[in-house]
Design a protein. Structure first.
Length: 247
């Protein structure tokens, strides 16, 4: 439901944009590699969290994403400066410090699934670099990924696994957080190198924790202030270093 609802809304936005601009464009932007990566990320992520705690899952997921993207960048010739590496190290160490109190002993199957999810998300991100049509490309990827979801929808219907609350949350996740959010991410990737794209994603847990403080009445702790400041500071150090010393 998350992927299919995102596909429906994004496809409508894509067609509306083509009508306004009066350009047909490709029949369906995106590609099957990105769509497959999107599906693997979503299904492995969901299955992994059945046996992993939130902090443990986040640590494994983001570590897998960082390792995959940084390795790919180095293989393709990216050579980050010393200040970039220091900024990355600070941000990643602070990220681990942020979620470490909630990390427990991971379930092996859940761990393997979350690693697969992280690698798949790295692939999906890399496929979107340089996208000239973020909404169209994201729509095409979601539409293709929906083909993998239809058998799961049949299983869900047969076993009555969906609840009204679950359906609403899935729709909100698919339409807003996933569909529109991933289109914005593809737009942002236009101006980011692989190393920078990997680095910036470390801000996600900080933003999520801040949202919990602002909207869910979670406590603002010294632990979060120190860790969050170091994550954002490390990211800023690396980004500013790149601007001052362009490759």
């Amino acid at each position: 439901m998350r992927i299919i609802s995102g596909a429906v809304v994004l496809y409508g936005l894509m067609r509306r944009g083509q009508t306004i601009s009066r350009t047909a464009g490709p029949a369906l932007p995106g590609d099957w590699w990105a769509a497959t990566a999107l599906f693997v990320y979503a299904i492995a992520f969901s299955a992994a969290y059945l046996s992993l705690g939130a902090a443990t899952g986040a640590l494994i997921l983001f570590s897998s994403v960082q390792a995959s993207m940084v390795t790919f960048g180095l293989f393709k010739g990216d050579r980050p400066s010393l200040r970039e590496v220091i900024g990355f190290a600070i941000a990643f160490a602070a990220f681990v410090y942020l979620i470490l109190p909630g990390v427990g002993r991971p379930d092996p199957v859940g761990c393997a699934l979350m690693i697969a999810s992280g690698v798949a998300w790295a692939v999906y991100t890399l496929r979107g670099r340089g996208s000239q049509d973020p909404i169209g490309q994201t729509a095409g990827n979601f539409v293709r990924a929906s083909a993998f979801c239809l058998p799961l929808a049949v299983v869900a219907a047969l076993y009555e696994t969906a609840t009204p609350t679950g359906v609403l949350l899935a729709l909100a996740s698919g339409i807003v957080a996933s569909g529109l959010g991933y289109a914005i991410w593809y737009r942002a990737l236009r101006g980011l190198e692989t190393f920078q794209a990997a680095l910036i994603q470390l801000s996600v847990p900080v933003i999520a924790a801040l949202g919990g403080i602002l909207f869910l009445n979670e406590r603002l702790t010294l632990h979060f202030i120190v860790a969050g400041a170091c994550v954002i500071g490390g990211i800023a150090l690396a980004i500013l270093a790149k601007q001052k010393h362009p490759s």
